[in-house]
Design a protein around this ligand. Structure first.
Ligand code: ZN
Ligand code: ZN
Ligand code: ZN
Ligand code: ZN
Length: 229
């Protein structure tokens, strides 16, 4: 899949964007928005824009703006809420394999263009890359806001290779369609509890992950939660 086809949704206007065009689009889209606190100039927070991607599934991506004074621990909570949390596994941020303490603030680690590595769960690990894009002046008070997020990637059924998959097999990690699920060997041998509906997250089908909790994630979005989640 080429970069262009990594489609997502703009969280301000719900238009379809791609990972390549999202930056330009957001600039135009944000210019039309008047933030509630626009005139509250004594609180001119600085933000960083970050591109979060799944290291081994680049179709999963989030463009997010994060207040520069947040700790990595808060970013960790965001990542868990939006994509990862199943049973409270350990996690870590690192740069070139050197772990960075969770109590560091983003401005302590920020360097334009730098990528942070992030791991959730040291057993069945989900690896993310967090690319630090630009510094932004903003008077919006939301500490974290998602600007755009990928659409659920379409993955062909690994059995028939004809129909789009709807389930993950949490035993072998393959994706299967509705009808192939009935004859999938793991489900026959090990039982139906290994079938999980595929969700829009790089952790879909891993460990006990079941998708986002809307009441937890709604605070991250400038408007409604986009319908891709
Ligand atoms: Zn837009
Ligand atoms: Zn788990
Ligand atoms: Zn199939
Ligand atoms: Zn299987």
């Amino acid at each position: 899949m080429s970069q262009e086809s990594y489609e997502g949704i703009c969280c301000y206007c719900n238009e379809v964007v791609t990972k390549r065009t999202v930056g330009k689009h957001i600039e135009k889209c944000k210019a039309k928005i008047v933030f509630d606190s626009q005139f509250n100039n004594e609180k001119n927070y600085k933000y960083f824009s970050l591109l979060v991607e799944a290291t081994y599934g680049r179709a999963y991506w989030i463009l997010v703006e994060v207040s520069s004074v947040l700790t990595l621990k808060k970013v960790d909570t965001f990542l868990r809420d939006i994509w990862l949390e199943c049973c409270g596994h350990l996690s870590a941020f690192s740069i070139k394999r050197n772990e960075i303490a969770m109590n560091k603030k983003l401005y302590d680690v920020y360097q334009q263009g730098l990528s942070l590595d992030y791991e959730y769960d040291f057993g069945s690990t989900t690896d993310l890359k967090i690319k630090m894009l630009a510094q932004i002046d903003s008077s919006d008070e939301k500490p974290i806001r998602v600007l755009a997020i990928n659409k659920k990637p379409e993955i062909l059924c690994s059995s028939c290779e004809k129909i789009l998959s709807v389930y993950d097999c949490t035993s072998c990690g393959e994706q299967v369609c509705e009808s192939c699920a009935k004859t999938h060997q793991c489900f026959i041998d090990e039982g139906e509890e290994y079938i999980a509906e595929r969700v829009n997250s790089p952790r879909s089908g891993v460990c006990g992950y079941e998708g986002q909790n809307e009441s937890i994630i709604k605070k991250y979005f400038p408007k409604e939660i986009p319908n891709v989640l």
